[in-house]
Design a protein around this ligand. Structure first.
Ligand code: FMN
Ligand code: SF4
Length: 520
């Protein structure tokens, strides 16, 4: 009989939900039964409400059980879990789950399927095919392939990746760098973490291709300090790749040199801003640099630097493997390809949903996400992190597209969507946005440093009902100053959540606090 392969996820979400304890229980229970087994510690598939999702390989495919508690292990085994038998926790064939079936998984194609630290598994699932094609194409054509794919930066600004790479490739220098922005500070986002913990070689391959394309021999991953597990998994994967000759000098006999290292972030939201990140990486305090010069001309240690979000870099292998046209055929308008949308906050089916651009917001929240976890009506969502606007349900027809969101003064950002039900008080959410800015401001420019603190004070007065109309005029004026006068998007975009809350929910800015109503 074939040794049963059991999959117990090993990423931070699953571990937080008890996956390690389940793994140990399973090991003990199987040993006690004298059963030979092979437990693979995969990464999460991103269906977080089912975590820990335990899977068993059967002739029909992988059958899932979740969310499993350590105390369920005995019952699972008694009900014939090793044969994929029915059980109250059984969700059937995982690949057939609607949440997965409706997705177009390009960047996340391997997440949850492979053993994250098995290079053989990675290669068996298409790994390093993109790098091989980049070698065939050569540097200039690789840059053009990325340009042609229409890939735009997934960190927030949506800048075309190919243009950034062209600029760095054209800059004259002895040393160029690839910097991966894995600071992932936006609320409700976890896509970077999932790649690092579930498919780390994908990032390594993407950065290697970037190095080949622009002539950089050194890369750094700036990983947020709140991701200790990602950091460890990445360090292990880098060591494995180096050992296999896929990092270092003369990669796979190609004549290409590229190596990379992990760096731990400083724990500040502003260190996700690319120039503050570069300062932090150089060992300085993370303070935003004035541009120009652009990092593409003068970046890390004053050298031309590609600084890209992790998802931008992790999408490069599939673009090279399948071709620019294949990737570009997904999406709408100028938003090409797919986006890993992260559903979070008060939502029933929170998790990662990779899909082509263009899906309406309402479909994501209701059809995919199943509405709120509380069962109450949705009031609003905040898209694009703490600097993103609040969208009321009347705007749920907005397609997930950079330009369509911008037309509504909203942001796609890094693809995070945080859902709020009707008990949320939007005046307090507006105040929170100002407080966040005041707390995270790097202090370099006055509109942000001082404006955010004045914003908190003004909102306090509005909430207390103190000269409400006059203070709302002051608040709008202040927001205008922050928008136009701030050096970076932290101060410049904080007005968006504040003003969207005020414009869409003016009733919440009255003197009397809003009391929760009974569920309908
Ligand atoms: C305050 C602030 C925080 C940011 N945080 C992040 C972050 O956590 N991760 C990220 O990739 N980009 C972040 N960005 C955007 C980066 O400055 C930059 O645009 C991005 O790294 C470029 O990569 P991309 O073109 O691949 O998106 C932030 C920007 C600002 C203004
Ligand atoms: S807007 Fe805020 S975070 Fe950005 S440079 Fe100015 S003070 Fe620093």
């Amino acid at each position: 009989m074939k040794t049963p392969r059991i999959f117990v996820p090993n990423d931070a979400t699953a571990i937080a939900c008890g996956a390690d304890r389940i793994f140990r229980r399973l090991e003990d229970a199987l040993a006690a039964r004298g059963v030979t087994y092979d437990i693979v510690r995969n990464g999460s598939r991103g269906l977080f409400w089912l975590e820990p999702l335990i899977e068993i390989e059967t002739p029909a495919g992988r059958v899932g059980y979740g969310p499993v508690k350590p105390s369920d292990v005995e019952s699972l085994l008694e009900h014939g879990f090793l044969a994929g038998a029915p059980h109250p926790l059984c969700v059937g064939l995982v690949e057939e789950l609607a949440y997965l079936k409706k997705q177009t998984r390009l960047t996340f194609a391997r997440c949850g399927i492979i053993d994250p630290l098995s290079l053989a598994d990675y290669k068996a699932h298409g790994g390093y095919k993109g790098f091989e094609r980049a070698l065939e194409l050569g540097p200039a054509a690789t840059v053009e392939e990325v340009f042609e794919s229409g890939l735009r930066g997934r960190g927030g600004a949506g800048f075309p990746t190919g243009i950034k790479w062209r600029t760095v490739a054209a800059a004259s220098a002895d040393q160029r760098y690839i910097v991966c922005n894995a600071d992932e500070g936006d609320s409700g986002t976890f896509a970077d973490r999932l790649i690092m913990e579930a498919d780390p070689f994908c990032l390594i391959e993407g950065m290697t291709i970037a190095g080949l394309a622009v002539g950089a021999t050194k890369g750094f991953v700036y990983c947020r300090s709140e991701y200790p597990l990602s950091f460890v998994v990445m360090e292990k994967a880098i060591a494995i790749a180096r050992q296999a000759g896929l990092l270092g000098r003369n990669i796979a006999g190609s004549g290409i040199d590229f190596d990379m290292e992990m760096r731990m972030g400083a724990g500040a939201y502003v260190c996700g801003e690319e120039t503050a990140l570069l300062d932090s990486l150089e060992g300085k305090r993370g303070v935003v640099r004035a541009k120009p010069p652009l990092p593409a001309h003068k970046g890390l240690f004053g050298q031309p630097t590609v600084i890209n979000n992790l998802i931008s870099l992790a999408t490069v292998p599939v673009i090279l493997e399948k071709g620019a046209k294949f990737y570009k055929d997904f999406g709408m308008g100028r938003s090409r390809g797919t986006m890993p949308i992260q559903l979070a906050g008060n939502i029933r089916h929170g998790g990662l949903f990779e899909t082509a651009f263009g899906i309406p917001l309402g479909e994501l929240i209701y059809d995919i996400g199943g509405g709120t976890a509380s069962g109450r009506p949705v009031k609003a969502v905040q898209a694009g992190g703490p600097l993103g606007a609040y969208l009321p349900t009347s705007q749920f027809d907005t397609p997930f597209d950079y330009e369509a969101f911008a037309a509504r003064d909203a942001l796609i950002g890094h693809g995070g969507i945080v859902v709020f039900d009707d008990t949320a008080d939007m005046a307090h959410m507006a105040k929170f946005a100002m407080e966040f800015c005041a707390h995270e401001s790097c202090g370099k420019c006055t509109p942000c440093r001082i404006g955010s603190t004045r914003g908190v004070e003004t909102l306090d007065k509005v909430i207390a009902g103190e000269r409400r109309e006059q203070n709302l005029v002051v608040l709008r004026d202040l927001c205008q100053t922050m928008k136009l006068g701030s050096l970076c998007a932290l101060g410049g975009f904080t007005p968006y959540p504040v003003l969207s809350a005020l414009n869409h929910f003016p009733e919440d800015f009255g003197a009397a606090p809003k009391l929760p109503q009974a569920a309908e």
